[in-house]
Ligand binder design. Structure first.
Ligand code: NDP
Length: 450
C-alpha cells in the first residue's frame, strides 16, 4: 500500500510513500520503548541543549521546511514561514523550560514529603493536516522536554514536514528511537497507537468525532489523553467597538488557512445598531483578501486540502451568500471567501465548516451576545471587540471557551496556554501548561524517624 501526497494547489503528486500498517506501528512503539530508559536518564539541562539544537536546525532549514509545508498543505508561503518560525520558537521555549519545572516539599509529620515529575513513557502524537508541523511541535516540545519518547503520526495527506523534522531531530543529536514518525491511515496506525498497551498517552488534534473514538479507545488501558478538537468560535463586535479595525481584521480570523483552522472565528456576531455598517466594511475587507498561488509571497489564502473536503465545505452554503470572492479556476481545490447571513439556529452557524465560509449573525445586547456565543457544543476560541473595558472583561469571563482575544483575533502564543472547553477537548498545550500533559506527579515520603 502506498500514499500519494498531493499538492492541493496543483493536484500534482509530489511524493509517493509506503503506507504503514499495524506491524509498523508496533515496531515504532517498540523502538520508542527501547529508547525510553536512556532518554529519561539524560539530564534535563542536556535535554534542553538538544531541543535548543533542534530549534536552531529548524531555523537554519526555515525556508526548506516552509516550502515543504506550503506545497503539501497548499498554504501561502508567507503563512508557512510564520508557522515554521513558531515551530522553532516552541522548541526554544521548551528547551528553556525543561529544567525550570520543580517538585515540591510538603510539610508533614515524622519525615519529609517530596514530589517528582516523572515522564509517562512512550507517547503517541496524532496530528491533522491543517497545521502539520506547527501542531506536531506543540506536542513534541513538551513531550520530549519531560523525558518521553514519541511516535508521531501525521495526517496521511500531509506527512512530508514531519518526516523532515525527524531527520533534523537526529541531526540535532536526539538519539535514534526517541522521535519516530509513521505515515499511515488514522483508522489503522492511529487506532493502533490508541489501543497499544505500551503507549502511555495520546496527544491528539483533529475532529471531535475522531477525538471521541480516541477517548473511547484509550479507556481500555486508562491511557492519558489530551484532545484538541473542533470549534465554532464567535467574533463578537459590539456597537461601541472600533468598527473599522474589527472589520478589517475579521476576514483573516476566518479565511486564514482557507478557514481550515480550529480557532476560526466563523461566527461573526454584530450588534444590531451597527450591523449594516459592519457588513459593508467586512465585505470591503474580504474583497481585499488575496487568493491564489501559495508560492507567491503576496498570497493570503490558498486552496482547500482536498477535493472531498471542498465538497463538504460547499454543502454548507445553502442560501445565496451575502458576498462571494474570487478564486482561481482550473487545477487546485479552490473555494472563494464566502459570507452568509444566518440565524443562530442555521446549520452554518452551528457546525464546523473548516473552510472559508463565515456566518454573519446580529445580536441585541450583551446578554444576547453571550447567549448566542455559548449556544454551541464547542468552546475553543473567540474574540470580543468593544472599547468598554469592563464589558470586555465581563464578557470574557462569561464565554465558555478556552482562549479569547479582546480587540484582536490573536490568541495563540508559544508561552500561553491553548485548549478548549466543552466538546473542543481538554488539556492545555503551549506555555508551561503544556508540560502538565506529559508528566505524572509522584509523591515520596521519607521518614526521618529512627
Ligand atoms: P480527523 O480527526 O479525521 O484526523 C485527525 C488525525 O487523526 C489524522 O492524523 C488522522 O489520520 C487521525 N485519525 C483518523 N482516524 C483515526 C482513528 N480512528 N484513530 C486514531 N487516529 C485517527 O480529521 P480530518 O483530518 O479528517 O478532518 C475532518 C474534520 O475535522 C475537519 O473538517 C474539521 O472539522 C476537523 N478538524 C479539526 C482540527 C482541529 O485543529 N481542531 C484539525 C483537523 C480537522 P489520517 O487523516 O491520516 O487518516
Amino acid at each position: 500500500m502506498t500514499v500519494s501526497v498531493v499538492n492541493p494547489a496543483t493536484e500534482e503528486t509530489i511524493a509517493t510513500l509506503e503506507s504503514a500498517g499495524v506491524d509498523d506501528a508496533d515496531a515504532a512503539v517498540a523502538q520508542a520503548k527501547a529508547a525510553f530508559p536512556a532518554w529519561r536518564a539524560v539530564s534535563p539541562a542536556d535535554r534542553g541543549r538538544l531541543l535548543r539544537r533542534l530549534a536552531t536546525l529548524v531555523e537554519e532549514h526555515h525556508e526548506e521546511l516552509s516550502r515543504i509545508e506550503s506545497a503539501n498543505a497548499g498554504k501561502p508561503i508567507a503563512g508557512a514561514r510564520g508557522e515554521v518560525g513558531m515551530v522553532a520558537d516552541v522548541f526554544h521555549f521548551y528547551a528553556g523550560a525543561v529544567d525550570k519545572r520543580h517538585g515540591e516539599t510538603i510539610p508533614v509529620a515524622g519525615g519529609i514529603d517530596m514530589t517528582f515529575r516523572e515522564p509517562l513513557g512512550v507517547v503517541g502524537l496524532i496530528v491533522p493536516w491543517n497545521f502539520p508541523l506547527n501542531i506536531a511541535s506543540w506536542k513534541l516540545g513538551p513531550a520530549l522536554a519531560c523525558g518521553n519518547t514519541v511516535v508521531l503520526k501525521p495526517a496521511e495527506l500531509t506527512p512530508l514536514s514531519a518526516l523532515r523534522l525527524a531527520e533534523l531531530a537526529l541531526d540535532a543529536g536526539i538519539p535514534e528511537g526517541v522521535v519516530n514518525v509513521i505515515v499511515g491511515k488514522g483508522s489503522v496506525v492511529g487506532q493502533r497507537l490508541v489501543e497499544h498497551p505500551d503507549v502511555a498517552k495520546i496527544g491528539f488534534t483533529g475532529s471531535t468525532e475522531v477525538g471521541r473514538g480516541v477517548m473511547e479507545g484509550a479507556a481500555a488501558t486508562i491511557k492519558r489523553v489530551t484532545l484538541e478538537l473542533g470549534g465554532k468560535s464567535a467574533n463578537i463586535v459590539f456597537a461601541d467597538a472600533d468598527l473599522e479595525r474589527a472589520a478589517s481584521a475579521a476576514p483573516y480570523a476566518v479565511f486564514d488557512n482557507a478557514g481550515q483552522d480550529c480557532c476560526a472565528r466563523s461566527r461573526i456576531l454584530v450588534q444590531r445598531g451597527v450591523y449594516d455598517r459592519f457588513a459593508e466594511l467586512l465585505i470591503e475587507a474580504t474583497r481585499n483578501v488575496r487568493v491564489g498561488d501559495p508560492s507567491d509571497d503576496a498570497t493570503e489564502m490558498g486552496p482547500l486540502i482536498s477535493s472531498a473536503h471542498r465538497e463538504t465545505v460547499r454543502s454548507f452554503v445553502e442560501t445565496t451568500p451575502l458576498f462571494e470572492g474570487d478564486a482561481p479556476d482550473g487545477k487546485g481545490f479552490w473555494f472563494p471567501c464566502t459570507i452568509v447571513e444566518a440565524t443562530p439556529d442555521d446549520r452554518i452557524a452551528r457546525e464546523e465548516v473548516f473552510g472559508p465560509v463565515a456566518a454573519l449573525i446580529p445580536f441585541d445586547d450583551e446578554a444576547d451576545a453571550i447567549r448566542i456565543a455559548n449556544d454551541s457544543p464547542y468552546g475553543l476560541s473567540g474574540s470580543i471587540w468593544t472599547q468598554n473595558g469592563a464589558r470586555a472583561l465581563r464578557v470574557a469571563r462569561a464565554l465558555e471557551t478556552g482562549v479569547l482575544s479582546i480587540n484582536s483575533n490573536s490568541s495563540v502564543r508559544v508561552s500561553t496556554p491553548f485548549g478548549g472547553f466543552k466538546q473542543s477537548g481538554f488539556g492545555r498545550e503551549l506555555g508551561m501548561h503544556g508540560l502538565e500533559g506529559y508528566s505524572e506527579v509522584k509523591n515520596v515520603y521519607y521518614s526521618t524517624e529512627g
